[in-house]
Design a protein around this ligand. Structure first.
Ligand SMILES: [Zn+2]
Length: 304
């Protein structure tokens, strides 16, 4: 597997992005033996319909609203010289990252307290907002409409800050990068994280309070999904134990059935920014996807 940066500044013109992707793929494949990929994938911060790779909506990428991304990419690669005719997997970025963390990152080793591999992994990515996904026995759960894992809009504090979704006190308004920055009286979460890790007291306290809100949301997810592993990724997770320690404490305090069970493990993601592209490529090999879609060629021997 591999990935390349196209150097495009944004995805404002999606057709241009598809054409540039196809040209680059054809150029790269000319140097490969054999020059045919077993599969390829694309991930973006958008709501992707699982059946046909249509991008239904994206709050931040306006070009990704109501766009047939997989069909456009397939047309673009088919118009290039060379043997590349395979339709890509198109995935939500958090879904892709969750799959990669489960297979290649934080979920790839046995859990000490379980003595076995995690069976239900919940991934939570904290950045501009909160994205997430559930991986059950290695399989991504996309939900009936491709919308599973939108954990950021669980209401945790009805009297809390207004949210872009129209609600108030959604989990992401309390835990996102901008919430962390606001709590520390800064304009950027990056500076809060850097200074907290360097020992700045106010930034540390902002990170600890953000961790408590993280743990409150994790307790709701645990009540709903009963995971054995919670993996925290995204830019805010750089806060490490200053964030995760308070989150664990709060999760254990609020854990449903806490007298009769142990809390799920809470760990940081391991793959960083590589999780997205690794997951997008890996999801191209899901056997259930190939069964549903005859355009995708022969099933690969890779895992599902
Ligand atoms: Zn919301």
């Amino acid at each position: 597997m591999g990935h390349r940066s196209l150097g495009l500044s944004d995805a404002a013109d999606l057709d241009q992005l598809c054409a540039a992707t196809a040209q680059r793929m054809a150029a790269e494949l000319a140097h490969c033996i054999p020059p045919v990929p077993m599969g390829w994938g694309v991930a973006a911060a958008a709501w992707i319909r699982p059946d046909d790779g249509h991008s239904v909506f994206s709050p931040h990428l306006t070009a990704w609203r109501d766009h047939p991304v997989r069909a456009a990419l397939t047309t673009a690669v088919t118009s290039q010289p060379g043997p590349l005719r395979t339709a890509p997997a198109v995935a939500n970025d958090a879904d892709a990252a969750a799959w990669a963390e489960a297979r290649l990152g934080a979920g790839a080793d046995p859990l000490p307290q379980l003595g076995d591999m995690p069976r239900r992994l919940v991934f939570v990515a904290i950045g501009t907002g909160i994205g997430g996904a559930l991986i059950r026995d290695g399989v991504l759960e996309t939900g009936a409409h491709g919308m599973a894992g939108e954990y950021g809009h669980m209401t945790l504090d009805p009297s809390g800050p207004p949210c872009a979704c129209g609600g108030a006190g959604c989990w992401e308004t309390l835990v996102s990068a901008s919430a962390l920055a606001h709590r520390a009286g800064r304009t950027s979460a990056r500076s809060v994280l850097d200074d907290a890790l360097a020992g700045d007291r106010r930034c540390e306290e902002a990170l600890v309070e953000t961790g408590r809100w993280l743990g409150r949301g994790l307790s709701v997810l645990t009540a709903a999904l009963d995971p054995d592993l919670l993996v925290i990724g995204g830019g805010v997770s750089v806060g490490g134990e200053l964030l995760l320690g308070p989150a664990r404490t709060e999760l254990e305090r609020l854990l449903p059935g806490r007298r009769h069970r142990s809390a799920p493990a809470v760990v940081g993601a391991r793959l960083g920014n590589d999780a997205g592209w690794l997951g997008a490529a890996g999801l191209a090999f899901r056997p259930e996807r190939r069964r549903r879609d005859p355009d995708l060629g022969d099933p690969s021997p890779a895992e599902g």
